[in-house]
Ligand binder design. Structure first.
Ligand SMILES: *[C@@H]1O[C@H](CO)[C@@H](O)[C@H](O)[C@H]1NC(C)=O
Ligand SMILES: *[C@@H]1O[C@H](CO)[C@@H](O)[C@H](O)[C@H]1NC(C)=O
Ligand SMILES: *[C@@H]1O[C@H](CO)[C@@H](O)[C@H](O)[C@H]1NC(C)=O
Ligand SMILES: *[C@@H]1O[C@H](CO)[C@@H](O)[C@H](O)[C@H]1NC(C)=O
Ligand SMILES: *[C@@H]1O[C@H](CO)[C@@H](O)[C@H](O)[C@H]1NC(C)=O
Ligand SMILES: *[C@@H]1O[C@H](CO)[C@@H](O)[C@H](O)[C@H]1NC(C)=O
Ligand SMILES: *[C@@H]1O[C@H](CO)[C@@H](O)[C@H](O)[C@H]1NC(C)=O
Ligand SMILES: *[C@@H]1O[C@H](CO)[C@@H](O)[C@H](O)[C@H]1NC(C)=O
Ligand SMILES: *[C@@H]1O[C@H](CO)[C@@H](O)[C@H](O)[C@H]1NC(C)=O
Ligand SMILES: *[C@@H]1O[C@H](CO)[C@@H](O)[C@H](O)[C@H]1NC(C)=O
Length: 882
């Protein structure tokens, strides 16, 4: 730098004499400023900056990338997305003519230089999507008279919101979202005279929402939700913001009612109030919002009926009211809306019939009315406009045939219907014989009658779920024609007769659940033909004969449940049977268990208590439930054995050493992505990667325990293969997920050869350890799980999984649920871990999880789904810290 200045000195002297009068900086001095900026960026510098050289200074205005001039003065500097890192030096303030400055979408860190406030002509300042991590305390906004746009979205800024920010009186667009600002919103924020866009979303703000915000009469877009936790409710004063178009107060802890005054916001296009604790009823005045297109009040504690006044909302595209306590009918006017695409009213107490005209006028895409108390028939027009992708009606009291049109609906990817009989010919029952239906979920309905032989025609079927109905009769032999079937669940019905050997012809089957029926006869040996089966449940039937020892040779089988039948003979000990324990066999009086491991753990009579007494207690309807409950425990308990827990350590020791050596070499640069505010860096994480910190080894990697400088304990998982496929999946999946029963991913560090995932540390280790320690002779001094805690742990784990399955879209399958992947925190609460194998059920690309339950940024309004990958701003609070 010194050299540069020396070289420039003569030019300065020359030019300053002629230009001093006008106080216009010369090209040379401006070039020097830009070069000093360039100098402070961390290498490697992007190719765009190659032509920023001293020799080139004369063409500063014409050919320097990112630079634009007016009258030979630099007025615009746009280095957004240049891949730059390092800090932004105060020298930026020497470009005194600057009006537009964007350094967005880089990796700058450190402070925003306070000197920037001296740029009196600066109108547009965009530093969004960086890692600036200071505060705004030193910035003198009152000097920034020209500032119109201040975009600091998605940085790591902390501290309080600057009370004096409104002194920048020209501000029209202010985005402080996605930072770590804390404290309250200053009432002075009600004093921006010209503001149109204000976002404070995704911070750590608390306190009341100041009613003063209602003074912002020019405001059109207001975002306050996500991660913030406000006390109190929605200030009724907000009804004065009559210019408002977009109001997003989702997921910020709001309580109390929806103020009727919101009905005065007649220009509103979008109203997002989901995932709060709002109670009371929907004010009829919302019917005044006649331009409203997106209305989401889901996941609150709202009651009452949908007011008839809402019929005036003719433009509605999205209406989400799920997870509330609404009752009454689903109003008929919904059938008249012409633009409605998404209608989700699930988990309420709606009664009566579904409006018959629903879908006739509107291009419905997603309809979920499940878990209500709806009766009557399924409307025939649901797919009339040919857009319907998701239809979920389960857990209602619907009856009648599936309407003709639905079976032919080309776009439907998930179909869930009703009660009645499954029609023999298939044409009335959801598709013709050429149907490409791949998933049919009719579980937990009230189907009776028998399984139609024509089910064999659904040759594209991959998932067939008919559990929890009242199906009787035999399982038709034609089931063997479902060659693509991956998952078959017929549990909890009244099926009789033998299990047809043809099931063994479903060679793609990985999951077979026949539990809780009245099946009799022997377990067909032909099941061994299914080379990929890893889950077999035939519990709670009346099966007799012996357990075919051939099943032990099915290497893929990791969970099997034969309990509560009339099986006899000796339990085979070979092959996979060696890994099953007692609970898989209880409740078969004639069955002789020889292998001690297969005997029931802890000397007790079975995971859920005495099998015999259970039989006496359980009615036939509860037996299915018991079957499932037990199964969950079995799956959790048994699978642990199949994991090679004691793996060879040699290879990893060597690579761990290498990793540490690498860390010392200065060229090695770790990159951290934090999913919440963390007080450690990658160096601290890397320090934990040593052999004496190993706490576990699994298929996906080695897990280390570490204490960070701030004192918190973390678990660090080092990915063995550097390929990164599983790693990426895990990171993308876990990063956004916040759920009480899912292990939280705090951050990850990546370098070219190693990747480290940093999790919250679970003091009590895995459920697998806890169970098997308890089962060992004297327990080894560890925690012993009482039966009550086991049940609780199972329920909690199920909640975690349930979240992944139901609240993530597309749903996330864990695919590796086992006791070692269920971790216990200090309070013995269960947390599901290890998504290394998680794959998304449908489609490709990242999965977004509904923030509803968890409170993350992830909930994306369906209208935006189309651009899922297009908008970097939705990547929300993932912070990249170098
Ligand atoms: C450009 O500079 C000239 C003289 O230096 C001045 O007269 C003119 O108004 C300036 N133009 C603008 C757009 O600033
Ligand atoms: C940014 O840098 C990374 C590696 O440092 C490179 O893979 C990527 O292509 C660069 N992006 C742009 C836009 O130059
Ligand atoms: C700031 O820059 C980012 C990234 O280039 C861009 O997406 C965003 O729209 C800009 N903000 C404003 C207010 O223009
Ligand atoms: C900001 O980030 C830099 C570089 O990552 C770090 O050295 C500095 O300590 C951080 N400052 C704060 C206040 O966290
Ligand atoms: C907002 O307006 C109210 C009444 O008009 C006034 O009392 C209050 O002081 C104003 N708030 C601010 C921050 O100016
Ligand atoms: C709503 O919740 C608030 C606070 O949580 C409570 O005080 C109030 O009684 C509730 N109102 C209704 C109608 O349930
Ligand atoms: C708004 O709705 C309320 C209640 O439905 C009604 O009494 C009022 O007249 C409406 N106001 C306007 C301006 O339409
Ligand atoms: C539905 O109503 C019943 C009784 O009226 C009540 O027990 C139940 O909790 C309600 N369900 C919901 C989701 O509000
Ligand atoms: C099928 O429907 C049942 C109904 O209760 C639901 O629990 C289950 O998650 C659904 N499965 C799939 C794969 O959609
Ligand atoms: C099925 O249920 C319907 C209505 O509940 C009943 O009328 C019918 O007899 C049942 N059919 C069989 C085979 O149980």
């Amino acid at each position: 730098m010194a050299l540069v200045l020396l070289l420039l000195l003569p030019i300065f002297l020359l030019s300053s004499s002629s230009c001093l009068v006008l106080a216009i900086p010369t090209l040379a001095s401006q070039a020097a400023t830009l070069l000093s900026l360039k100098d402070s960026f961390s290498p490697p510098l992007p190719p765009q900056l190659r032509s920023w050289t001293l020799a080139n200074y004369a063409s500063l205005c014409s050919s320097w990338p990112g630079v634009a001039c007016s009258n030979r003065t630099v007025v615009s500097l746009d280095i957004s997305g240049y891949n730059l890192s390092g800090t932004l030096p105060p020298a930026i303030a020497d470009l005194a003519g600057l009006r537009f400055f964007s350094a967005a979408a880089n990796s700058f860190s450190g402070d925003i230089p306070p000197a920037i406030a001296a740029l009196r002509d600066l109108r547009h300042l965009n530093l969004s999507n960086n890692q600036f991590n200071g505060t705004l305390d030193a910035l003198d906004f009152s000097a920034m008279h020209s500032l119109q746009v201040l975009d600091l979205y998605d940085n790591d800024l902390a501290g309080a919101l600057p009370t004096l920010l409104p002194a920048a009186a020209g501000l029209r667009h202010l985005d402080l979202g996605g930072n770590f600002f804390s404290g309250t919103i200053p009432p002075s924020f009600g004093r921006f005279p010209a503001i149109q866009f204000l976002s404070l979303a995704g911070n750590s703000l608390s306190g009341d929402i100041p009613p003063d915000l209602a003074n912002l009469s020019t405001l059109r877009h207001l975002f306050l939700g996500y991660f913030n936790r406000f006390d109190g409710g929605i200030p009724a004063e907000l009804g004065r913001l009559t210019s408002l178009v977009h109001l997003d107060l989702a997921n910020c802890g709001l309580q109390g009612p929806i103020p009727a005054s919101l009905g005065d916001l007649t220009g509103l296009d979008t109203l997002y109030l989901q995932t709060n604790q709002l109670n009371g009823t929907i004010p009829p005045s919302l019917g005044n919002l006649t331009g409203l297109r997106f209305l989401d009040v889901s996941n609150n504690a709202l009651t009452g009926e949908i007011p008839p006044e809402l019929a005036a909302l003719r433009e509605l595209r999205l209406l989400n009211m799920f997870i509330n306590r609404f009752r009454g009918g689903v109003p008929d006017f919904l059938g008249d809306l012409r633009s409605l695409q998404v209608l989700k009213l699930w988990q309420n107490n709606f009664t009566g019939a579904i409006p018959a005209a629903l879908g006739r006028a509107a291009p419905l895409r997603e309809v979920d009315l499940s878990t209500n108390r709806l009766t009557g028939e399924v409307p025939r027009w649901l797919c009339a406009r040919g857009q319907l992708e998701i239809l979920i009606l389960l857990d209602n009291f619907l009856f009648g045939p599936v309407p003709e049109g639905l079976g032919a609906c080309p776009t439907l990817t998930r179909g869930n219907y009703l009660t009645g009989r499954l029609e023999e010919d298939g044409s009335g029952g959801g598709g013709s014989s050429s149907s490409r239906l791949s998933l049919l979920n009719l579980s937990s309905n009230r189907f009776n009658g028998s399984l139609p032989a024509s089910m064999g025609n659904f040759s594209w079927l991959q998932t067939l779920l008919l559990g929890g109905n009242q199906l009787g009769g035999q399982i038709p032999r034609q089931v063997g024609r479902l060659k693509r079937l991956l998952k078959l669940d017929l549990s909890g019905n009244k099926l009789t007769g033998a299990v047809p050997g043809e099931v063994g012809e479903c060679t793609s089957l990985t999951y077979l659940d026949l539990s809780g029926n009245r099946l009799s006869g022997a377990i067909p040996v032909r099941l061994v033909q299914i080379k990929v089966l890893n889950y077999l449940n035939v519990s709670w039937n009346m099966l007799s004969g012996s357990i075919p020892r051939e099943l032990g040779g099915m290497k893929s089988l990791t969970a099997a449940d034969f309990s509560h039948n009339e099986l006899s003979g000796r339990v085979p000990e070979s092959g996979q049977f060696a890994y099953l324990n007692g609970s898989s066999f209880v409740g078969n009086p004639g069955l002789v268990v020889v292998n001690p491991k297969q005997q029931v753990m802890g000397g007790g009579p079975g995971i859920l208590g005495g099998a015999g007494t259970q039989d006496e207690r359980g009615s036939s309807s509860s037996s299915a439930v018991m079957g499932r409950l037990k199964l969950l425990l079995a799956a959790v308990g048994l699978l642990g054995f199949s994991v090679a827990f004691a793996a060879a350590a040699v290879a990893t020791t060597r690579s761990a050493a290498m990793l540490r050596r690498r860390r010392r070499s200065s060229s090695w640069r770790w990159r951290m992505t934090a999913f919440q505010q963390v007080s450690f860096g990658c160096e601290d994480v890397v320090r934990c990667v040593k052999e004496n910190c190993v706490v576990g080894r699994g298929g996906a990697g080695v897990v280390y325990r570490g204490t960070m400088p701030g004192g918190e304990c973390v678990a660090v998982k080092r990915i063995v293969s550097a390929e990164g496929g599983g790693f990426q999946a895990e990171v993308e999946t876990l990063g956004g997920i916040r759920h009480r029963h899912i292990v939280r991913l705090l951050a990850f560090c990546s370098g070219p050869e190693a990747k480290l995932l940093v999790y919250e540390y679970m003091v009590n280790g895995s459920l697998g350890e806890a169970l098997h320690r308890a089962g060992a002779d004297d327990g080894g001094g560890g925690v012993v799980l009482s039966w009550a805690s086991r049940l609780r742990v199972a329920t909690e784990a199920a909640k975690g999984l349930c979240y992944l399955h139901h609240d993530c879209s597309p749903p996330i399958l864990h695919r590796d649920v086992k006791s070692n992947n269920i971790l216990l925190d200090a309070r013995m609460e269960a947390h599901v871990a290890d998504f290394g194998l998680a794959k998304f059920l449908g489609g490709s690309g990242a999965s977004e999880c509904m923030s509803a339950v968890a409170g993350s940024y992830g909930y994306i309004a369906p209208e935006k789904e189309g651009t899922k990958n297009g908008d970097p701003r939705k990547q929300a609070n993932q912070k990249d810290i170098k």
